[in-house]
Write a protein that binds this ligand. Sequence first.
Ligand SMILES: Nc1nc2c(ncn2[C@@H]2O[C@H](COP(=O)(O)OP(=O)(O)OP(=O)(O)O)[C@@H](O)[C@H]2O)c(=O)[nH]1
Ligand SMILES: [Mg+2]
Length: 361
Amino acid sequence: MAGPKVDSVAIILPVVNERPNLENLLPELEDYTVYVVDDGSTDGTQQICALWSNVHLVERHRRMGLVSAILEGFKRLPPTCRYAVVMDSDFSHNPSYIPELIKTASEKQADLVVGSRYVPGGKNRDSIKRRLISIGGNIAFRSTFSAKVRDATSGYRVYSASAMEFLLDSNYVEAISPSYAGQIDIMRRLIGNGFKVCEYPIKFVKRSQGKSKLKFNDIGNFASLIFKKGNIGRYVIVGISGVFVNYLILFLLYGYMGFPASPLAVEASVVSNFVLNDRFTFKKRPTTGKTTFLFRLARFNFFSLLGIGVNAGIFYILLTSGIINKGSIYGIGIAQFVGIVCAFLVTYLSSTFYVWRESEK
Ligand SMILES: Nc1nc2c(ncn2[C@@H]2O[C@H](COP(=O)(O)OP(=O)(O)OP(=O)(O)O)[C@@H](O)[C@H]2O)c(=O)[nH]1
Ligand SMILES: [Mg+2]
């Protein structure tokens, strides 16, 4: 292998009840020092680890979360370790990529190399349901945190010693989400603090043995992190403030001009939403300053008005096609709600990917 020596590399395997998979995986990792972080497996995982002298078993006896296990693994590495490869133990991550991943980290001086399913050459051979979850998760990450990585949810990663040191900072480590959502939490923290992240294409395959440890609750944690820490929560708050501006202008002007007060109130709310998003929601977008204020305003205005059109169009289609009963007050309410959600998606996605677009470099 070109690049760093094998003895400066360690493999971290988070494990809960993966005995049949480890029986096949550990023989492929015999050239490396391996840290298996086991959270109370009851299937004899520990006995399999004991067969290998290069494997260190870290036992925690109870389920504490995937990312918490990875961080525990970082703590156990010797100071000579320059890179840690973290991978699932269920053979979804083929160990044959390890040398290339390490080489990429070393050649590109990257702090994090992601084994990526979504860069050219990569593939996701998972079930359709899991692929949809993965694509949705990545769109959510890219829209709300950073568009710089295509596969922010991938668990196949190489961390540099400095990235690990940063993540283990005692003031910091406790705040990292301990479960699956921690993967994107780590990603956003590293990107946000200027660490270099690269991707390397991998073919991900569905696990063939053992059971998934991912629960519905983990997807809820993921959504909550996106909402709390990403820009989407701020975008919603700004949108709500726009409703107040809309009513305020409507009531101020209606007495003078009647009907035209309504479109003016809409435009006033679009402009106030724009200013707040520009100065608050997307303030930290480094590339925002490369377009002019008026240019961004024009784009935002266009997509906001498009959103109103989408809302009205969806409302009309749902009621006139008979999909929703137009004779019922609930039906009208539901049709308008679906319209609002679609309009929100149009304006939010165009804002984050276009009006305040972040450079992908
Ligand atoms: N130590 C530890 N390992 C965990 C924990 N949760 C998951 N893992 C391991 O983390 C890896 C990824 O978990 P998976 O269940 O494969 O998650 P997934 O790949 O999203 O789900 P599948 O597609 O069904 O495999 C596996 O090696 C698990 O055994 C945990 O709480 N603690
Ligand atoms: Mg898996």
